[in-house]
Design a protein around this ligand. Structure first.
Ligand code: C5P
Length: 219
């Protein structure tokens, strides 16, 4: 079946948080729900694409017809994403809230409580989006940016630095929108200029965004 604007294309999407272990019982993570990435995966499938969804731990059902690969850490998310892109990929959308750092060491046994303060040594995680964008066989590459101020300037800077084709910026300072919410409003930057979507339900927004992405990549 090659019907739809993305018929016959392979779309790879990262979604959700990553979870970085401290010891066998503890981890560091964030509040990402995965909703935007899952909604985009569903919309891409409905646009005719074969979809691979690389997902951190979330409480969401896999959309029908989408191949989900479950991962936990940023390093696992990078290797699963690279393998999916190796199969040939036309569009990569990074919605995951990847932990920027992970504990320098994962304790083999549960860390014991003491009376004093403790400090944690952290090392940077790989940037999955920048790694995929740096490939010679790069797909059309779309990133997300959650900013609390100077949204346009930071988003454009991120697009240039990570060598993206498009960036979708959320203003997370607006309450009830974005992170861990059902509603979102975004501004999209690309070579085509600037476009605003929402505020609307993440599912409706995903359909409009996917439509805009497929027009831009086919332009
Ligand atoms: O630099 P920043 O984290 O704000 O960039 C956000 C964008 O980069 C999102 O698209 C996110 O999915 C992606 N990202 C990534 N790997 C990281 C950090 C961010 O793919 N380690």
């Amino acid at each position: 079946p090659v019907d739809g604007p993305l018929g016959g294309r392979h779309v790879v999407i990262t979604a959700g948080p990553t979870r970085e272990a401290l010891d066998p019982v503890r981890y560091l993570t964030n509040h990402s729900s995965g909703k935007m990435g899952y909604a985009l995966a569903d919309a891409a499938r409905q646009a005719g694409a074969r979809v691979t969804l690389i997902s951190g731990p979330v409480q969401l059902a896999c959309p029908a017809g989408v191949a989900r690969i479950d991962v936990t850490t940023a390093e696992e998310m990078l290797s699963a994403t690279s393998r999916a892109v190796d199969e040939g990929c036309d569009l990569f959308v990074a919605t995951a809230a990847v932990a920027d750092y992970r504990p320098a060491e994962v304790a083999g046994d549960k860390i014991k409580k003491t009376d004093g303060t403790v400090s944690l040594s952290m090392v940077p995680n790989p940037d999955i989006l920048a790694t995929i964008a740096a490939r010679t066989d790069r797909p059309f590459t779309v990133g997300f940016a959650a900013e609390t101020r100077d949204v346009a300037a930071y988003a454009r800077d991120k697009m240039a630095r990570k060598k993206l084709d498009m960036i979708v910026a959320n203003d997370v300072s607006q309450s009830g929108l974005g992170f861990n919410s059902d509603q979102n409003a975004v501004t999209v930057f690309s070579g085509e200029g600037e476009a605003r979507f929402g505020p609307s339900d993440k599912r409706a927004l995903a359909v409009d965004l996917l439509d805009y992405i497929s027009h831009t990549m086919n332009a």
